[in-house]
Design a protein around this ligand. Structure first.
Ligand code: CA
Ligand code: CA
Length: 170
């Protein structure tokens, strides 16, 4: 894949993070994402699961800012995202999984209504969709994760899928 095509696809992911669509990524976008996931599952912000999701979102934001906010103004512009995040995420996709994991772990817990450590395929797709992943992609991504076809998805699979979607292998 040509580098320009790669960067174009990464830039398209920018809008996934820019949840409020104001042209840059900041802490508020992660709050918006958190509220969207909690609303999707009817989970109270003050509940243990709700608080864990907010904590995970803050860690995710701090991690993204550390990678991409070059001028330290607490905003990640599209240019900062493309030039700052693209190379680092491509060189080290595990790093992305690492910074996203606490948030995704907490999101999975929100989706895991019966607290058995896994979410259904449908509920996993709902999480991805609440995070801004297009519905048809979310459903397909969740479905392909369920490799043993038992209808259930755990943390490793969710983190892997999210990292794959946002890092876009070259
Ligand atoms: Ca924004
Ligand atoms: Ca910045």
């Amino acid at each position: 894949m040509a580098n320009s095509e790669y960067e174009r696809r990464i830039a398209a992911r920018f809008s996934g993070f820019d949840q409020d669509g104001n042209g840059y990524i900041d802490r508020e976008d992660f709050n918006v994402a958190t509220k969207a996931v909690l609303a999707e599952f009817g989970t109270a912000a003050r509940s243990d699961k709700g608080q864990a999701l907010y904590v995970g979102a803050e860690a995710f934001w701090q991690g993204m800012a550390g990678i991409a906010d070059r001028d330290g103004d607490q905003r990640i512009t599209r240019q900062e995202f493309v030039t700052g995040a693209v190379k680092r995420l491509r060189d080290n996709p595990d790093r992305f999984a690492e910074i996203a994991r606490p948030f995704l772990h907490a999101a999975l817990a929100v989706a895991d209504a019966d607290d058995d450590g896994a979410a259904t395929v449908d509920d996993t797709a709902r999480v991805l969709k609440a995070l801004g992943v297009p519905e048809e992609i979310a459903a397909a991504a969740a479905g392909t994760l369920d490799t043993d076809a038992d209808g259930r998805i755990g943390e490793v699979e969710v983190v892997t899928a999210f990292a794959r979607y946002f890092t876009v292998p070259e």
